[in-house]
Structures are given as C-alpha cells and as structure tokens.
Design a protein around this ligand. Structure first.
Ligand code: GLU
Length: 284
C-alpha cells in the first residue's frame, strides 16, 4: 500500500519537545511503512504566526535528522486551492452564511446544553446572503461522523450535538484550518496522518470536509500529547522551551523513550532514526 505521511507545524514559535515528538512519530511511521514523509508549514493563521519561525523549525528538524521528502509546502502559497475548494462547496449548496459572533454562539450552545465549541446552528436555515455574513459554515448532514484511529480506536461523533457546522471561511477572511488541512493533505497525496491527540477533536470536522468534497479519507493515528513536569500540555501557550539543536541526540532519545522504543544509543541523528525506525517497524 502506498504511504505518504507528513508533519505540519504552525510557525507560532520555535520547535519544542511536544512538536518534535509528533514529528518523530510521523517520520518513523512513514519510514517503517517504506513511505514518504512530507513537511508543510501551516502559516495560514497569520495573526498567530511569528516571523522567521517557519524557517527556524525547518532547520531544527534538519538538525535532528528529520529531512523531508519533496518540496516543503507553505500554506500562504495555497490560497487559490482553498478558494477553488470553497467554490466547489458553494456550488454544491454545502455552505451557508453565519452572522453569529463566537461569544453569541457559545452562549446559545451553553443554553442548549451543547458541549463547548459546538455551533448550535442558529444561522443554518436563516438564509443569510454571503455578502452579509461574517463567516461561512459547512452544513453537516445529520448523523454520525465516524473514523478509525490506529491508536485511539473507532471514533463516532454526532454531527449536530458533538461536532457542529464548522467555519470554513473565517470572519477575518482567512481560510479555516479545517478546510486548508484537507485541501493540502489531499493535494500532496497524504494517505496517513500521524499527529498529536490534541488534534483528535478537530478530526470529525475534517472528515466532514473530505466527505463534502468527495475525497477519500486518510488513515489517522493520534499520538499521546506530551506534558511538562507540572502536568501541562507541552505547547507554546504553556511556554514550552525551544529545543536546542546542539542537543539533537538527547532530544531524539527523549522522543524515542516517550514512544517506548527502548534504548537507542546516541549517534548521528540519521543513524538514530534508522534504529528507531526498525524498533517502530517491529511494533506495527
Ligand atoms: N498545524 C497544526 C498545528 O500545528 C497541525 C496540523 C495537523 O497536523 O493536522 O496545530
């Protein structure tokens, strides 16, 4: 079976251990399957991006032996593809205009007992013309959005009460992550998405986008989120420290240990990754 995997960091700061861990997991899985490993810089959400962080992340990955196949994709070059996908969905009648603010939608959702972040459908049948809309949402068909995760088993989410119609074109005019990630992964032929479990809850909306665009679904594997000593998720928001590329061997050993791959002696990063790939292969 062909295998194309990828790592898709957002350049909101330098690479920290939590993202190195996700990069290593996706890399080892791709190599263990004899597949390709692509790199995409998700720099679409410009207000959150930090100048120079994308290039810095690429260099840090290389210093850890994580050399991507093919050309690196930058989302800021992909606007035409997002617009084409949006137009296809518009033509199919799958989109609707929404005038709700985030706060307003959240208050209505809370009143209806919906989980946090689930859109209550206020504008679904309101016929808001696109020129008056703040955002465009995807109309989810009623029923269950299901997918298999290699590590998190079968996932089933009710489209109305657990997912909610996702925004695909944001109020600030930017393409939403749920649309961009699907368009880009499909365009680059990605068959396998290995990423942190903090993104597991974003997957049902992405499944809905694949289905609405009539695209085949990738396989998913969500790896455990890494925490700091205080139990916080290792993330930029929680101030996870930048990785020191001079400590590449130690950083890799820490990632292999978190993946329970056993002892892999310090060496050139490329050789360490080869050993780790063999250990990962024995497990899949
Ligand atoms: N760019 C996203 C992030 O860093 C991840 C994209 C993905 O792996 O699907 O949170």
């Amino acid at each position: 079976m062909p295998y194309i995997g990828r790592f898709a960091p957002s350049p909101t700061g330098p690479l920290h251990f939590g993202s190195l861990f996700a990069a290593v997991a996706s890399y080892l899985d791709a190599r263990a399957h004899g597949g390709q490993w692509l790199l995409r810089i998700d720099d679409l959400d410009t207000p959150r991006c930090v100048a120079g962080a994308g290039t810095e992340i690429i260099e840090t990955l290389r210093a850890h032996g994580l050399q991507p196949d093919g050309e690196i994709v930058w989302q800021h070059h992909r606007q035409a593809a997002y617009e084409a996908a949006l137009q296809a969905l518009r033509n199919a009648g799958s989109l609707y205009g929404c005038v709700c603010t985030r706060k307003g939608a959240a208050a209505t959702a809370a009143k209806q007992g919906l989980p946090h972040g689930v859109y209550p459908g206020t504008c679904r049948d309101a016929g808001v013309p696109e020129r008056d809309a703040r955002a465009l949402r995807l109309r989810l068909p009623a029923g269950t959005l299901a997918f298999n995760d290699r590590l998190c088993s079968t996932q089933q989410h009710d489209s109305q009460t657990a997912v909610g119609d996702p925004i695909l074109l944001r109020a600030d005019g930017l393409t939403a992550y749920a649309l961009a990630v699907v368009v880009d992964d499909h365009a680059t032929g990605v068959t396998d998405i290995v990423r942190g479990a903090d993104l597991l809850n974003t997957t049902p909306a992405q499944i809905a986008v694949y289905l609405a665009l009539g695209l085949p679904l990738p396989r998913y594997a969500h790896v455990p989120v890494q925490h700091d000593a205080a139990g916080n998720k290792l993330s930029k928001q929680h101030g996870a420290p930048a990785l020191d590329a001079k400590l590449a061997a130690e950083n890799l050993q820490r990632a292999f240990a978190a993946l329970s791959l056993g002892e892999i002696p310090a060496d050139e990063p490329e050789r360490m990754l080869q050993h780790a790939t063999a250990a990962w292969k024995a497990r899949i």
